[in-house]
Design a protein. Structure first.
Length: 325
């Protein structure tokens, strides 16, 4: 979705718009979400962005199949990444709030709180309600959600390949033996779809320091920072590619639209046009304040001091961006 917005943001060529209209028809729509999406807000429009770890479509011949697996290894869907994209209706840059997978929240329909990652197991509607339910009604976050956007592993890889890869820089060699990510040497490297997915999924990130592999102690919080930087780099890469060769816009559009699942009411081209200025210069990125705690043997994250400023900004109650820790 962000890539499609970037493409529309930098070119208004008739051919590109025709291609976009054709590709929009290929997008999978999720019916039945209207009842749980929030009413329009006078100040902001929020998109719930979800990276699904669905193994549907996984090819055993893919080089990363061993690290991802297929439906026989992991059945059903889980949310691997959860973000809220805020568009200010009065203009200004778009903002991205990443929600840690281990965030401990109340989930509608469940008797006890759980990790937010578990909400998606009950379906997109439940995840939307988990994020948007007002606090005074038993919710944990209370951020209104107006639209829903989902992409899976296979779609992510295709999208990265369509823009020619994404550059990632590291001062040291780096790896994650769980996902298969590996940078053999320090410096900047352009990652193709397979390695980009391994990088984006990395929760056991290690760097090579003083002749030994050193784990990143921040785990999922470190992953969030890397993901946010990756998204901004990918956005600028898509914009640069289309500016240098508008004919390449079709490649990005095909990969973007074919990889998405959206709520039925989202007008993709209208949303992309509205985001024209907001995404062209990158995104403001935020992570909520959290504190670690063990609950019933589960290592989880609780919202910490300062969360109210994040809530107010992303709910549209305030125009003042919060300050991430």
């Amino acid at each position: 979705m962000l890539m499609l917005m970037a493409v529309v943001a930098v070119t208004g060529a008739a051919g590109v718009i025709v291609t976009a209209n054709r590709q929009v028809d290929r997008i999978n729509r999720i019916e039945g979400l209207d009842a749980v999406l929030s009413a329009p807000n006078a100040n902001v429009e929020n998109f719930l962005l979800v990276g699904s770890d669905s193994r549907e479509g996984a090819d055993p011949s893919d080089p990363d199949f061993g690290g991802i697996g297929g439906t026989g290894d992991v059945s059903g869907n889980r949310s691997d990444t959860i973000m809220v994209l805020r568009r200010d209706l009065d203009g200004g840059p778009a903002s991205l709030l990443s929600l840690p997978r281990d965030l401990w929240v109340n989930i509608p329909g469940r008797d006890n709180p759980s990790r937010i990652n578990a909400a998606y197991q009950d379906g997109p509607a439940t995840l939307i309600q988990t994020v948007s339910m007002p606090v005074d009604q038993g919710g944990s976050l209370g951020i209104p959600i107006h639209h829903y956007v989902e992409i899976d592993f296979q779609g992510f890889k295709e999208l990265v390949d369509s823009i020619g890869g994404v550059e990632v820089c590291s001062w040291t060699a780096a790896r994650d033996t769980h996902t298969g990510f590996f940078l053999e040497t320090p410096g900047c490297h352009v990652l193709g779809g397979v390695q980009a997915l391994a990088y984006a999924r990395s929760r056991y990130y290690e760097t090579y320091v003083n002749d030994e592999w050193v784990p990143d102690p921040t785990s999922d919080l470190g992953r969030i920072k890397r993901q946010q930087q990756f998204i901004n780099t990918a956005l600028q890469g898509a914009i640069a590619k289309v500016k240098s060769n508008p004919l390449k816009a079709g490649d990005v559009l095909v990969s973007s639209t074919g990889a998405l699942r959206l709520d039925s009411g989202l007008d993709v081209l209208d949303a992309a046009g509205a985001m024209r200025e907001a995404v062209a210069d990158g995104l403001q990125t935020f992570s909520p304040p959290v504190v670690g705690k063990t609950i019933n043997g589960n290592a989880v994250l609780l919202l910490g001091d300062g969360w109210q400023a994040f809530h107010d900004y992303f709910s549209g109650a305030s125009d003042t961006p919060p300050v991430s820790a």
